[in-house]
Design a protein around this ligand. Structure first.
Ligand code: UDP
Ligand code: MG
Length: 337
């Protein structure tokens, strides 16, 4: 237990539990009780960061009260409902632990799974993913779309994971801070983490039916997930050098328009065909314009990528460990992973 338990002045706790919460009034006291019981029984210092995502049912007040009476409980209260992903990002940014554990605030995840997850981090994993093998949700509106989404995402991204939608996860904090969660991206954490070179393990976790409150999502989420999949796919493959994508499209379209142009030329020279309004000629002009635009997009993308990395002080690599650089060396906050 020396890997995870490295409390230093700048990290006051070992484990930060981050929970996005939106209108879960009845669940709050039970959730706090369950987490407290589990964490107090374990060896780690901890904090519980509740992110109130603009609740309107008194959840925020209940959380504030809990935070006043229990030092481990902290509340980040957002000004309005920003969505689960944004709430999770807010929680991660306010976390001070070496490890971030994320979970839902509706009691569907079981906090009793947390210690086993932390053990896996302690053994060297960067990211531990919950797998709701016995998922307790509706079949048609939930389990089937989720199966299809998992299959699709695993196939397209090449990151083979059973259950992307399980919010119960444990992540090393430096990795968590690098994830950059936008849109509905929290369900792509395994893919984003893979991009950062994370060592990922899966763990079967318990899942319980929702007892109180209602789910915040319907089947409409499917389209948003598919659109996010496109974004993630782009991030994964082309974020560093978008010219690889747009340049390729520019080349293909350019070559096709050149073919059209040649065909039109042959028709004119050998067949004596009048080229006024000739579709091949029109296609070749259109294709040339498109191809130039694709290259332009590619160059703009390249410039954007450079601005992104330079302006944010980001690197296009991730350091796992620095050996013999001295204690003041920059790099990841953790000494060794
Ligand atoms: N949630 C949130 N903001 C939202 C929607 C949901 O913080 O806009 C929280 C919600 O309170 C819960 C978690 O995200 O703690 C998961 O939501 P939900 O249980 O509705 O999703 P499901 O489990 O049905 O996918
Ligand atoms: Mg739920």
């Amino acid at each position: 237990m020396n890997n995870l338990k490295v409390t230093r002045p700048e990290d006051p706790v070992d484990v930060s539990i981050v929970v996005p919460i939106y209108n879960e009034l009845e669940n709050v006291p039970i959730l706090l009780g369950e987490i407290t019981a589990v964490m107090q029984a374990g060896p780690y210092s901890w904090e519980l960061i509740c992110v109130d995502d603009g609740s309107t049912d008194g959840t925020a007040e209940a959380l504030a009260q809990a935070a006043n009476s229990q030092p481990e409980v902290k509340l980040v209260r957002l000004r309005r409902n920003f969505g689960q992903t944004a709430a999770m990002q807010a929680g991660i940014q306010h976390a001070s632990g070496n490890v971030v554990v994320t979970m839902d605030g509706d009691l569907q995840n079981d906090p009793r799974d947390i210690p086993a997850m932390l053990e896996k981090i302690d053994q060297g994993a960067d990211l531990v993913l919950g797998w709701r093998r016995q998922r307790q949700d509706r079949l048609f509106s939930r389990k089937i779309p989720s199966r299809i989404a998992n299959w699709l995402i695993s196939r397209t991204t090449g990151v083979a994971v059973h259950d992307l939608g399980c919010t119960l996860k444990a992540i090393r904090a430096d990795l968590a801070r690098n994830l950059e969660l936008y849109g509905e991206m929290h369900r792509f954490i395994p893919v984003l983490a893979h991009r950062l070179g994370a060592r990922t393990v899966e763990m079967e976790t318990h899942h319980r039916p929702r007892q109180f409150g209602t789910t915040k999502y319907g089947i409409g989420r499917t389209t948003r997930v598919v659109l996010d999949l496109l974004t993630v796919q782009f991030l994964l493959k082309y974020f560093d050098s978008p010219m690889k994508l747009f340049g390729k499209m520019g080349l293909i379209v350019g070559a096709l328009s050149w073919l059209c142009f040649s065909a039109a030329g042959i028709m004119k020279v050998l067949g004596g065909v009048d080229l006024t309004g000739n579709p091949l000629l029109i296609l070749s002009v259109l294709g040339t314009i498109l191809s130039v635009q694709f290259f332009g997009l590619g160059f703009l993308g390249e410039v954007n990528a450079r601005i992104y990395f330079a302006a944010n002080g980001k690197q296009n690599y991730q350091v796992r460990e620095l050996v013999n650089f001295g204690p003041g060396s920059s790099g990841p906050r953790r000494r060794a992973a």
